[in-house]
Write a protein that binds this ligand. Structure first.
Ligand SMILES: C[S@@+](CC[C@H](N)C(=O)[O-])C[C@H]1O[C@@H](n2cnc3c(N)ncnc32)[C@H](O)[C@@H]1O
Length: 264
């Protein structure tokens, strides 16, 4: 076995991440970046370094699961949910179930919860539950705390900040319990092949599959198809694509926003 394969096997064993499901080039680039930061020239050196310096394992995990996110990222997709998809679903049933997969530090599920809470205010009797998951427990802990800097909240209106956040003495803001109540955060690996729940109305999984192989992307679409109710929605990131085999499972609903509807 070569040194790269050896290192990948070590990562699979210690971090529990299935490297073979991610594009090889992606894993290689992330490893090279950590090797540069730690002054290791070869995969073998870096492997030895990991064995001698266990704290580096966390840095590597963070490097492999890039967590970039923001409130109302690509706002058009949220506008589409606010004006079209969520009202449409609320006309069909009183309680919505949504899975936000690969939620990172929480900005995405909280953005969605803010929209849902506006709609629920206008339609008393309606309820919504968001299950927000990520493979990375560190970002999930941050999401659960729900503490954000003022800079991270630039896209929020003053009214949204007033209604959904409490100011903290250090100048940061914390999501109010009333908004948090709508969301259940839990760890989940999208490669596990098992959905976090079923009978879901919407699955939002954005900017996660860019690192997945085609085979893994198809397996994921199949899993999402099984977890959605008839006519449920699958929302991807703007730069992501449905694999060829998945096109038979989902029909485009709003192509530009990468919103798909389950085919029965
Ligand atoms: C770039 S962030 C996207 C965050 C958010 N969805 C957005 O679009 O703003 C990608 C997230 O996917 C998570 N992720 C990567 N592989 C995963 C897996 N196999 N299962 C669950 N989450 C995963 C990462 O930990 C990271 O938080």
């Amino acid at each position: 076995m070569d040194d790269f394969a050896d290192l990948k096997q070590f990562i699979e064993r210690t971090l529990g991440m299935q490297c073979s499901n991610y594009k090889e080039d992606y894993i290689r680039r992330r490893l090279l970046s950590r090797m540069r930061s730690t002054g290791n020239e070869t995969f073998k050196d870096y492997h030895q370094y990991l064995l001698a310096n266990p704290p580096e394992l966390e840095n590597l995990r963070n490097a492999l699961t890039i967590n970039v996110t923001e409130f109302f990222r690509d706002n058009e997709v949220y506008e589409c949910m606010r004006k079209d998809i969520l009202p449409l679903l609320f006309r069909q049933r009183k309680q919505l179930r949504i899975w936000c997969a690969g939620c990172s530090s929480g900005e995405e599920p909280y953005s969605l919860a803010m929209i849902l809470s506006d709609l629920i205010l206008q339609n008393p009797g309606m309820t919504a539950r968001i299950i927000a998951t990520d493979i990375d427990k560190n970002v999930l802990a941050k999401a659960k705390d729900g503490i954000y800097t003022k800079k991270a909240m630039v896209k929020l209106s003053e009214a949204q900040v007033r209604r959904h956040f409490n100011g903290l003495p250090d100048g940061n803001f914390q999501v109010k319990p009333s908004l948090k109540e709508m969301i259940r955060f839990q760890p989940h690996d999208l490669m596990s092949g098992v959905p976090v729940s079923r009978w879901l109305d919407v699955i939002i999984c954005r900017n996660v599959t860019i690192y997945f192989t085609e085979k893994q992307k198809d397996a994921l679409a199949k899993m999402f198809h099984g977890a959605l109710v008839s006519g449920g929605f699958y929302i991807m990131g703007k730069t992501e694509y449905l694999g060829r085999t998945s096109e038979s499972m989902f029909a485009p609903y709003e192509s530009l926003q990468k919103i798909f509807k389950k085919k029965d």
